[in-house]
Design a protein around this ligand. Structure first.
Ligand SMILES: C[S@@+](CC[C@H](N)C(=O)[O-])C[C@H]1O[C@@H](n2cnc3c(N)ncnc32)[C@H](O)[C@@H]1O
Ligand SMILES: *[C@@H]1O[C@H](CO)[C@@H](O)[C@H](O)[C@H]1NC(C)=O
Ligand SMILES: *[C@@H]1O[C@H](CO)[C@@H](O)[C@H](O)[C@H]1NC(C)=O
Length: 573
């Protein structure tokens, strides 16, 4: 795991921008942006378009109601003919006079239907005030109004002549001018053309289906965005209240807005590259799986937070019968490709979703494998999700990979580092900025500590057996004793964790993120002491550490350290 302060802000503005983008897209689909909508007119680039009618043998049975009286007609052509004769309204000249296009034509029709203007209005030569410019006139006034389906392009083609088209004809051309509108007369086209048209129609249909899918997706994202915006406007007090009052604050109750930011951070490839390139981490998992292949043979495995799917593929290689890989981040789409690329799709099923929300294709699993560890082990609280999965799906004698972990502390002494981090603010280009110290010192720092900077033994302050522990245990407080191994000045306390895969295993595997071992991408966590503590060799430092989820953001931690009676509060966010 990895978690960078900068990548996950409590307000996922990044996600919101994405959501707004989708919002615009969704408007396009709805229709204000015509280039998104497949243009059926493109089908008609030559004659012979009557195939369209073959595919749609039954034109809509609507009647066209006159624009200026109640009379109905079988076709729009008949209706306009009536308008011309009885109301002195010639649609052809109206279209030209008002320079109507598809949109303004529709608006005009709805305007007439709604506002019932006098027909005289349309006779006024040079009238440029078109009262139907409001978008509201795009909304049909009469249901299934046949007049709206009339294609005014045919008028421009027919150049002032009388009406040539009927509403059902798509792209009819001059050759067929004399076809009686709406007639059931058969037409013949060359087979090649027929197939070409059919495949264009099919493509258009696919396009529509795809757009509908996108629309649906956008609507879902809009819903999320609404929740999100609500949470920003009304900060997640309710949830925070729960978390504070109940010790079992878990990721399930975490507001959706925070998790959007969390999961979008994991959608970026860089974070996965860093984790995969961490050989201590990745090779430990591989060794744990491959050297205990006997446990994996024929097992059903759940990979919680599969990322790129690497752990699932280890499990499949080790002989798992079935692996279910779950991740909420968009990286799962890559995981799906990766699984296929390695021809493991018959074993590995990749599911996108939060492990708290997905349903699995199996009732129980034999093994849960997950790389959930955050800085200082518990930062980002992904373990809550793993324990949730365990309680829901792991068989009673199933395995957790890993199964044991511990958090430890040690004393660090490096006066020049302390000076760089804290002392710096007391003299910045000859100015004092000491108010910065109280902010800077409160933040735990993720940094690699040099081996030589370690000044004491290390003390385990928390052990977790993943097979049995509960979410409540993840908030804890613990006493510790550290013995200085040399004379010097303690400038910080370092925190790190150890991971073990050993329960009921023939070949135990473990790794450590301590400063004494090969550095990992977790580095170490440093809690700087405002006032360093001088110690003699063999002197004992007494302390207490308390680790709590931040009630305001359950993925962050509040750490309180007391060292030789002095207390310091730290945040990790
Ligand atoms: C530290 S990464 C590990 C990725 C991969 N297993 C590996 O080892 O390279 C953790 C992954 O878990 C996912 N994750 C965290 N909490 C989750 C949850 N509650 N449901 C689904 N996925 C989750 C994150 O999106 C992220 O991709
Ligand atoms: C302290 O940290 C600095 C800077 O990282 C490093 O160069 C130095 O070797 C460390 N140790 C001591 C004893 O100063
Ligand atoms: C540390 O935080 C606790 C509450 O979490 C508070 O009661 C205490 O006063 C704080 N101590 C310092 C030194 O800021």
């Amino acid at each position: 795991m990895y978690h960078n302060t900068k990548m996950v802000s409590p307000f996922p503005f990044h996600s919101i921008i994405i959501l707004f983008r989708n919002f615009c897209l969704c408007e396009c689909i709805i229709g204000s942006c015509d280039n998104q909508v497949p243009d059926m007119d493109e089908v008609s680039d030559s004659g012979d378009e009557e195939d369209w009618e073959e595919c749609n043998p039954e034109p809509m049975a609507t009647t066209a109601t006159c624009l200026f009286c109640e009379q109905g007609f079988n076709t729009v052509d008949d209706m306009y003919c009536h308008c011309n004769v009885n109301h002195n309204f010639d649609i052809t000249s109206v279209v030209q006079r008002f320079h109507l296009d598809d949109f303004s034509y529709i608006k005009m029709i709805n305007y007439i239907r709604k506002e019932k203007p006098s027909v005289d209005f349309f006779g006024n030569e040079g009238c440029d005030g078109t009262p139907w410019c409001s978008e509201s006139y795009l909304k049909p006034v009469i249901e299934d109004d046949a007049a709206l389906q009339f294609d005014i392009e045919d008028i421009s083609v027919s150049n002032g002549d009388h009406i040539q088209s009927n509403p059902e004809a798509v792209g009819r051309t001059g050759d067929n001018k004399n076809t009686t509108p709406g007639s059931e007369e058969e037409v013949t086209v060359p087979r090649v053309k027929y197939h070409a048209l059919i495949s264009r129609l099919e493509a258009a249909e696919r396009n529509v289906a795809q757009l509908q899918e996108q629309l649906c997706e956008s609507q879902q994202k809009m819903d999320k965005m609404r929740t999100c915006v609500r949470d920003i406007v009304l900060p997640c007090d309710e949830d925070a209240g729960h978390a504070a009052s109940s010790s079992s604050s878990s990721v399930q109750r975490r507001p959706a807005c925070e998790d959007l930011g969390y999961f979008s951070a994991y959608a970026h490839h860089g974070i996965h590259e860093e984790m995969l390139k961490d050989k201590v981490r990745t090779l430990s998992y591989r060794r744990a799986v491959m050297s205990n292949a006997a446990v994996f043979r024929d097992a059903v495995v759940l990979d919680v937070g599969c990322g790129t799917g690497i752990l699932s593929m280890f499990a499949a290689r080790a002989g798992a019968r079935r692996v279910i890989a779950v991740d909420m981040s968009d990286v799962v789409y890559q995981a799906m490709d990766i699984v296929r690329e390695n021809k493991l799709e018959h074993i590995i099923t990749v599911i996108r979703g939060k492990v708290e929300e997905v349903s699995l294709p199996v009732d129980k699993v034999d093994i849960i494998i997950s790389e959930w560890m955050g800085y200082f082990l518990l930062f980002e609280s992904m373990l809550d999700s793993v324990l949730y999965a365990r309680d829901k799906w792991l068989t009673p004698n199933g395995h957790m990979f890993p199964n044991l972990c511990s958090i430890s502390l040690a004393a660090v002494g490096n006066v020049s580092k302390h000076q760089e981090h804290i002392g710096f603010w007391n003299d910045v280009y000859d100015f004092k900025m000491s108010c910065m110290v109280s902010i800077v010192e409160k933040e735990a720092v993720i940094e690699t500590v040099g081996k030589d900077d370690i000044m004491s033994n290390s003390a385990v302050v928390k052990e977790l057996d993943l097979k049995t522990c509960s979410v409540t245990e993840l908030d804890f407080s613990s006493e510790f004793l550290l013995t200085a191994c040399r004379k010097g000045v303690v400038t910080a306390i370092t925190g790190f964790f150890d991971i073990r895969f050993d329960k009921d295993l023939q070949e135990p595997v473990s790794f450590s993120t301590s400063a004494a071992d090969t550095p990992t991408h977790w580095k170490q966590t440093l809690f700087y002491l405002r006032e360093p503590i001088p110690v003699c060799q063999g002197e004992v430092i007494r302390g207490n550490v308390q680790v709590l989820k931040d009630p305001k953001d359950p993925r962050s931690l509040l750490v309180t350290l007391s060292v030789n009676g002095r207390t310091f509060n730290y945040t990790m966010d």
